[in-house]
Design a protein around this ligand. Sequence first.
Ligand SMILES: *Cc1c(COP(=O)(O)O)cnc(C)c1O
Length: 233
Amino acid sequence: MTTSTSPTSSSSPLAERLEAVRGGIADAARAAGRRPEELTTIVVTKFHPASLVRELAALGVEDVGENRHQEAQEKAAELADLGLRWHFVGQLQSKKARQVRRYARVIHSLDRSSLVDALASDEGVVDGFVQLNLTDDPARGGVSDRDLDALVERVLETQGLRLLGVMAVAPLDEEPARAFERVRRASDRVRALAPEATAISAGMSQDYREAIAAGATHLRIGTAITGNRPTLR
Ligand SMILES: *Cc1c(COP(=O)(O)O)cnc(C)c1O
């Protein structure tokens, strides 16, 4: 017997986890009567070194997510040769907004009008999601249900921003399926104002199956693919 050519036999733990999650996503999509190709998987690489992002790119990953500006900016610069799409998924200070525009293709955390205003630009277009706060705690980030329509209108009026849809993180103390049902309803509301804003950014390592069942189009998956994050530097 010659050495096996099966892709898993020689692959790294990272490649195996990526394969496992891709398989889980495809299964969940089919179970929901959806096509896996409709889904964009963003690998959230926060706290991990640029070298891990490079390995992911070699495994075919094209979309990566970060939640802190300085770290994201450094990695995007160091890995500029890879042609990755950088997604900013964390809370964003208005004073950093213009800098994030320079490397991020998509900003998932539009949560207040002052941030939207700070992102206005007549040079190119960045895609954005309006982030919903599914909790009663304003510190969690995201717009409240009450302020959603006004924020959507603000994004639609703003030059240099294109609204893709809604984004949310399921609260820890609620069943994900219930939380994502609320996201789906919010998405319907947004579509009434912006028919083209059909995307839903929802679903992380622990709840991507429920998110897919509820209509998520953009999954943000970290640890299930990357392994545990290194502890805070
Ligand atoms: C870290 C993070 C994720 C990924 O979380 P995992 O549980 O590691 O999959 C997704 N979305 C946001 C906003 C995050 O900050």
